[in-house]
Design a protein around this ligand. Structure first.
Ligand SMILES: [Zn+2]
Length: 482
């Protein structure tokens, strides 16, 4: 029998498990075990349906609904319980068995029960949408099928129905439940931030997100549906910033008639924060971005990148070049693992390792004396305590340093793409005061971007070029608008 609450409940209910046939357990008792399986499915984020298979008064198998977790459209509670029962008996025929399930079985499960020659099926709530035991159709009532399974419905029906109702209500009220291994920065910390009044939007159901809630901005005319599709500016931030970094550029890009999409990487901004540093990998963040772009079906994209926005973002267009029209690249790099990381970057990595609690607001204040105290504080907003800072600890060490590192190979492919295959327009803006990814690093990158004109130089700007972004955005609108 598979381990599960059902098994434990049987043992708790009847201490003489081996002699269960002498216990007088009723249909309702067994349905309670199926309900325990259903609740376990619901806790795992699956539609709460549970089943148990009983032979000679003994539970021989349990099953709970799990199609999401198993990437398996057939992983209904009944199928899982039938499989486990057949394994337990060493026989695909379940003669003399009764299956208890909290919800009326569908056609697939009913068919499987008939194939298994199940003696009896007992269900809880009826399912007016897909029930195949009388609600939509009655597979068990077809006299032409040569095996007959006895059907009984309505056992603890209201308990099963309440469970389903509660589950779907919770989904509507809280469409992005927090994973157990995640933290979520309280909304209050993002209230009234200077220059950042856009509506928060969230996604958590991309396959790579697996429930992690990702925040993004999506402002301006949608590229869809208009005769003359405008540009979509896809703005990617780096470490330790978030979409707040683009607040000076966004109004200029919107005024130019475009749409602006700016996600917060998982671990940053208003996106969920993994508790564990090890949750962060180059490949995972890249995959999330690829799926994000597909889900929003972004086209006519000008990719806007800086720092990690570029380390990750510059590896994206080669996977779907038709979606991209332009590249606006600010202080960043492509880390192929072939050339040593710059001394400035190594110093930054050492600083992060030695001062894991460094003050993000002070970092911004140092490099950007023009910022107000409130603007600097906005960069601390995502990180109320050490627990929320896993990304800040993890990211510096994730920059591919050696040929075999996570992300190095894909970065080499990306470099080849930019130097040989890129057909879009490009614009580079360099913050010259950046000690980490400044002009020497950017000149190298410039040489590997096909058709990139002479860079725009910003002598007052440091690493966070976007803090001088109005002029960059104005130049970009002129450069990329057809
Ligand atoms: Zn089913």
């Amino acid at each position: 029998m598979p381990e599960g609450p059902g098994a434990a409940a049987v043992q708790g209910r009847c201490p003489t498990l081996e002699r269960m046939s002498e216990c007088t357990l009723t249909d309702e008792d067994f349905m309670r075990l199926a309900l325990a399986e259903a609740r376990a499915a619901g806790r795992a984020g699956e539609v709460p349906v549970g089943a148990v298979v009983v032979k000679d008064g003994r539970v021989i198998a349990t099953g709970r609904n799990a199609p999401i977790d198993g990437f398996d459209p057939t992983a209904h509670a009944e199928i899982k319980a039938l499989r486990a029962a057949a394994q337990a008996l060493g026989n695909y025929r379940l003669d003399g068995c009764t299956l208890y399930v909290t919800l009326e079985p569908c056609a697939m499960c009913s068919g499987a029960m008939l194939h298994a020659r199940l003696a009896r099926v007992v269900f809880g709530a009826s399912d007016p949408k897909t029930g195949a035991a009388g609600s939509v159709l009655d597979l068990f009532g077809l006299a032409q099928l040569n095996h007959q399974t006895v059907v009984q419905g309505g056992v603890l029906a209201s308990a099963a129905a309440d469970l389903l109702r509660g589950f779907f209500k919770e989904r509507r009220v809280n469409p992005h439940p927090l994973r157990e291994d995640a933290l979520r920065t309280p909304d209050e910390r993002f209230a009234d931030l200077p220059g950042y009044a856009w509506q928060p939007r969230y996604l958590s159901d991309l396959p790579a997100l697996d429930g992690w809630r990702m925040h993004y901005l999506d402002e301006g005319a949608s590229a869809e549906g208009t005769a003359q599709p405008g540009l979509t500016w896809l703005c990617l931030h780096g470490n330790p910033a978030w979409s707040y970094l683009y607040r000076k550029m966004i109004p200029v890009l919107l005024a130019g008639g475009g749409r602006v999409v700016a996600p917060d990487l998982i671990g940053f901004g208003r996106s969920d924060k993994p508790k564990k540093d090890a949750a962060h990998t180059f490949a995972w963040h890249r995959q999330v971005l690829l799926e994000f772009i597909e889900r929003l079906d972004l086209n006519n994209v000008v990719l806007v990148v800086q720092d990690w926005g570029g380390l990750l973002g510059l590896t994206l267009p080669m996977e779907a070049p038709g979606r991209y029209r332009g590249l606006l690249v600010m202080n960043t790099t492509v880390a192929t693992g072939e050339t040593p990381l710059s001394p400035g970057f190594l110093a930054w990595r050492t600083m992060c390792a030695q001062n894991p609690e460094f003050d993000v607001a002070r970092l911004f204040a140092r490099g950007n004396p023009q910022l107000s105290a409130a603007e600097c504080a906005a960069y601390n907003a995502p990180f109320p305590d050490r627990g929320h800072r896993a990304a800040l600890r993890a990211f510096p060490a994730l920059v591919p340093e050696h040929r075999g590192d996570d992300g190095a190979d894909v970065s080499r492919r990306a470099r080849a793409f930019w130097s040989s295959d890129w057909r879009g327009q490009s614009l580079m803006a360099i913050g010259q005061l950046d000690p980490v990814l400044g002009e020497p690093v950017m000149r190298e990158l410039h040489a590997s971007i096909r058709g990139c004109p002479e860079p725009m130089l910003l002598p007052q700007a440091g690493h966070f070029v976007q803090e001088h972004g109005e002029a960059v955005a104005e130049a970009a609108v002129r450069h990329f608008t057809p």
